[in-house]
Write a new protein. Structure first.
Length: 302
């Protein structure tokens, strides 16, 4: 394996969503030159820790058997949270394995372009599926979406090959991201946990700018989400105020109707009691008048 190949090519690249592998690229000519190298196993061992960390861009020293460690492999990753149309979110992670001598900015450029291309590709597919949902069932629409998303792998392959072929042309843009020496491979795991640990320099380099850009996008998305939540909360408060006003008006109307009904019930009760009193008095009069004579009780009153 020549030094030129080491600086230009990645060995293994994979794109995952929520720790589930979507697409995989393998450079078989390089993999076969490294004994006992199982890239998928290496990625599966590290992916959980990568997704659990807060680092958006970073690299990890690959720990392998003694026959492989002499190749000084590094694992590079880039993460991004993608919000779906239904409000849910997916964690996209692009992982690449390469020799420590591969230019870091070349790797990061490949990861960034794969990430951006997949997001735009997925958005286009979902937009097309939304327009056809009215003419097909949900299951058919889901199957069509999955079938169309499976066509992204050639794009991923083209991005990697294009960047590798144009490495010599873009080498000046990558110069700040060149890997240093074997000492970098002997550093501690997750050396990129902080944004400035990819390069030991006081100068702001392209890798730091890329990481800052990713963090700014995350903060921007978080701010937009918070603004939307505040606006939705304001709408809900306005609706609550309107409902309260309507409830107050309804309660006033109900109170007036209740007073009117109460007066009517009192009048009806009074009439009923008066009718009972008059009826009882008339019956008592008839009974007494029967014994004492009508109409003025002449038999009982001398």
């Amino acid at each position: 394996m020549s030094a030129t190949d080491l600086q230009k090519h990645v060995i293994y690249t994979t794109l995952t969503s929520n720790s589930t592998t979507l697409y995989t690229y393998e450079n078989f000519s390089l993999i076969h030159r490294v004994n006992n190298l199982n890239c998928s196993e290496i990625v599966s061992q590290e992916l959980g820790l990568i997704n659990a960390s807060k680092t958006l861009v970073g690299s990890i020293s690959v720990a392998t058997s003694s026959s492989v460690t002499q190749s000084n492999l590094m694992l590079y990753f880039m993460k991004k949270s993608l919000t779906n149309s239904d409000g849910s979110s997916d964690l996209l992670t692009v992982v690449a394995i390469a020799n420590v001598n591969v230019n870091k900015m070349l790797i990061l450029s490949i990861l960034k372009k794969i990430m951006d291309k997949y997001i735009s590709f997925k958005s286009e597919i979902e937009g097309e599926s939304t327009t056809t949902t009215t003419t097909s069932t949900n299951s058919q629409s889901t199957n069509d979406t999955k079938a169309k998303l499976s066509k992204f792998k050639p794009y991923m392959y083209q991005i990697i090959k294009f960047e590798e072929m144009n490495y010599d042309t873009n080498i000046h843009a990558y110069k700040y991201g060149a890997a240093s020496t074997q000492n970098q491979s002997q550093s501690s795991r997750y050396t990129d946990e902080e944004s400035d640990s990819l390069f030991d320099s006081d100068v702001i380099n392209p890798n730091q700018l890329l990481l800052a850009n990713e963090e700014i996008d995350e903060v921007r998305q978080l701010m937009l989400d918070n603004i939307n939540k505040v606006m939705n909360r304001g709408d809900k408060i306005n609706n609550l105020v309107d409902q309260t006003d309507r409830l107050n008006n309804s309660s006033s109307v109900f109170q007036k109707k209740a007073l009117t009904i109460k007066r009517k019930m009192w009048l009806n009760n009074a009439r009923f009691v008066l009718s009972l009193v008059i009826g009882a008095a008339f019956i008592l009069y008839l009974l007494i008048a029967t014994e004492c004579g009508f109409p003025f009780f002449s038999k009982c009153i001398p």
